[in-house]
Design a binder for this molecule. Sequence first.
Ligand code: ZN
Length: 215
Amino acid sequence: MSAHDETRLREQISTLGRSLFDRGLTMGSSGNISVRLDDGGWLMTPTNACLGRLDPARISRMDRDGWLLDGDKPTKESFLHMAMYAERPQSGAIVHLHSTHSVAVSCLPEIDPDDCIPPLTAYYVMRVGKLPLVPYHLPGDPSLGDAVRGLAGAHSAVLLANHGPVVAGKSLEAAVYATEELEETAKLFLLLHGRNPRALTPEQIAELEARFPRD
Ligand SMILES: [Zn+2]
């Protein structure tokens, strides 16, 4: 990867981080973004950084073993990203947010832990698919990483109970789009709660998955 490509990725992380922040999908210093580099290392948003005000030059750069090469110290939630990447060689970027509607769904007692949100729209099925719930853990608990790792091979997105989504994509743009689709569908799900909405049928889902395979 050329220095030019890395500069472009740092700017893209900052631009998309600000966009997520400006639209209220993340707040305070919560939420983090990472991108896998061609040399096997990563760019990762720093600890205690606000996604709305990232300095591209201070984004953490880590080598393939997770050691910091330059920039600020990476987010304390970097282990969530590493757990996902370890099981998903096809994924090039990961977004983790504490986005309100997704967190709200993660707190509902009656959701299906194998698939937290019904297939309400075609775009949700295409970008997210099945969304399993990861049981609640203390923030930073390494066993949370193990729990994510156990699900990440078969799922590009997982929902951490009482915490928020972790979403992988082929590219940074794809990971951000999938995170936005998840948050909007969580909002729809809450709007429709108790109204017995008509979800897509298994046949409609099979047709979508055949035509538009996910990464
Ligand atoms: Zn978090």
